[in-house]
Design a protein around this ligand. Structure first.
Ligand SMILES: [Zn+2]
Length: 182
């Protein structure tokens, strides 16, 4: 999945359940952090492993809960964004790295056949396959473009709401900039 969708999907979910937009935007970069393992030639392994994506943030959440309650919202968001990345990469991640580089994948698919009578077919393909280093990754995939197209369409239909959302987004960004200027 491309970075655009890795950020967009969890952000939209968190906004839909009415999380504080400021917090959501501030921590959203964690949603693409795992893909930086590509820098070490261990794409979909090093930072896509349960240690980085689940264990470390979970320890942080537990620590916040008992020792630093003021960190709890932030650490929960970090856990959510990192875990969402692994879930959205279901095409294959070496989740148990460094114990094994085998990639776990989960690929549900519904096919539709119209030739010789209409039939739906549900296929669930999952399992483990050997590690393959992915050289290039889509920066914006066809799904990313489809999401952008849908976004533009929605923005045109809901002009008033879109304008208000953009203005409040700008206000949040401005707020950050002022805060970190000092
Ligand atoms: Zn990834």
């Amino acid at each position: 999945m491309d970075p655009l969708l890795h950020i967009l999907l969890p952000v939209l979910f968190l906004l839909a359940i009415r999380m504080d937009p400021k917090m959501v935007l501030l921590y959203s970069p964690f949603a693409i952090l795992p893909d930086f393992d590509a820098l070490f030639g261990l794409h979909r392994a090093a930072f896509h492993s349960f240690i980085v994506a689940i264990l470390i943030p979970l320890v942080l959440v537990a620590y916040s809960k008992y020792k630093r309650p003021e960190w709890l919202a932030a650490s929960t968001l970090i856990l959510f964004f990192l875990a969402s990345h692994i879930v959205l990469d279901l095409g294959g991640v070496a989740f148990l790295w460094p114990f094994t580089t085998d990639m776990f994948y989960f690929d549900p698919e519904v096919t539709f056949k119209i030739q010789g009578g209409i039939a739906f077919d549900f296929n669930l393909d999952y399992g483990v396959r050997p590690f393959v280093e992915m050289g290039t990754t889509d920066f914006v995939s066809e799904y990313g473009f489809a999401a952008m197209f849908l976004g533009v369409l929605l923005a045109v239909v809901f002009r008033k709401e879109a304008k208000a959302a953009i203005l409040s987004g700008l206000r949040i960004v401005k707020g950050f900039l002022y805060r970190y200027q000092e």
